[in-house]
Design a protein around this ligand. Structure first.
Ligand code: SAM
Length: 284
């Protein structure tokens, strides 16, 4: 078939799919299938596409029409300028989380320039937070933990690709596998924080394709903030920082949870849209 015909089919099949720009995505998918730049597709509408590539294109368009995220289809998501391998079963890293990572990198550069420190990342998913920090801060030894086997294997795959020697991953239900003598200057988490009852109302590509283990924050969405704030004090060094990504409406609640647990200088940081996005505080 010609490129033009394939784009027409793609456009038709994707029209009406939630949060999909049918033409833009058809062009993107075809460029990936043909392994060419998008500009090649734009200027070669009459070019013939072979049978194998046509089949591949149509198969991907059908998956996309059913709501499957593009990052799962192509097994890749860019985060902090790094191409992460992702697959169904791990959360696709979000751009909002780059704010958290950038804040931590800046904090490390300002406070631990000539010092080696340990950092714990709770709930690693694809390893996006752990690996971005480790890549940018060579003086930091990162331990990333997750309860999910899939998250551990995907993160290890990303670690192999980046060939960093200052990161390790360990399977752990919260702090269960952290040894009693392990201590950290920074504990970070982007935990599951969606209220259980809200998950069914999320957009289709999230609720049907992303793991509920990565989303479900319990009845009020705050389960993990409570547990981590309570137990992290046993593993933070004095003056160590606990820092979270939060949902836009959780700033006040998470600040209270941390303050009630005795953290000091607790503050909420907003994202570029002016929404609450990070809460952090320090062990006394
Ligand atoms: C919102 S995702 C964050 C993933 C990744 N850090 C990111 O920002 O893209 C939360 C992660 O927490 C993990 N998780 C859920 N319950 C956990 C538990 N009890 N102990 C450790 N990790 C858990 C999930 O498997 C998931 O990978």
């Amino acid at each position: 078939m010609e490129i033009r015909q394939l784009l027409e089919i793609g456009n038709k099949k994707l029209t009406g799919v939630e949060f999909v720009d049918p033409i833009k995505e058809s062009i993107f998918i075809l460029s990936k299938v043909l392994d060419v730049d998008k500009s090649f597709v734009y200027i070669n509408f009459d070019k013939w596409v072979n049978e194998k590539q046509t089949e591949k294109f149509l198969e991907i368009i059908d998956r996309r029409a059913l709501g499957e995220p593009i990052s799962y289809i192509f097994n890749t998501k860019e985060f902090m300028g790094i191409d992460f391998f992702v697959e169904k079963g791990v959360l696709i890293p979000r751009w909002e989380t780059e704010i958290l990572v950038e804040y931590i990198i800046d904090y490390i550069e300002k406070n631990f320039k000539d010092e080696d420190i340990n950092l714990l990342d709770i709930g690693i998913g694809s390893g996006a937070i752990s690996l971005s920090i480790a890549k940018n801060c060579k003086n930091v030894e990162v331990l990333g933990i997750d309860i999910s086997n899939r998250a551990i294997s995907v993160s290890n795959k990303n670690l192999d690709r980046l060939a960093l020697d200052n990161v390790s991953f360990r399977k752990s239900n919260l702090f269960e596998s952290i040894k009693s003598d392990e201590r950290f200057s920074i504990i970070v988490s982007n935990p599951p924080y969606i209220k259980t009852e809200v998950i069914k109302d999320l957009q289709r590509d999230v609720k049907e394709f992303e793991p509920s283990l990565a989303l479900d924050g319990g009845m009020d969405g705050l389960l993990f903030y409570r547990k981590i704030s309570k137990d992290s004090k046993n593993y933070l060094l004095d003056k160590g920082m606990l820092i979270y990504e939060i949902g836009f409406d959780q700033g006040k609640s998470v600040k209270k949870i941390m303050s009630d647990e005795g953290f000091k200088d607790v503050k909420v940081i907003k994202d570029l849209q002016g929404l609450d996005r990070i809460v952090l505080g320090f062990k006394k």
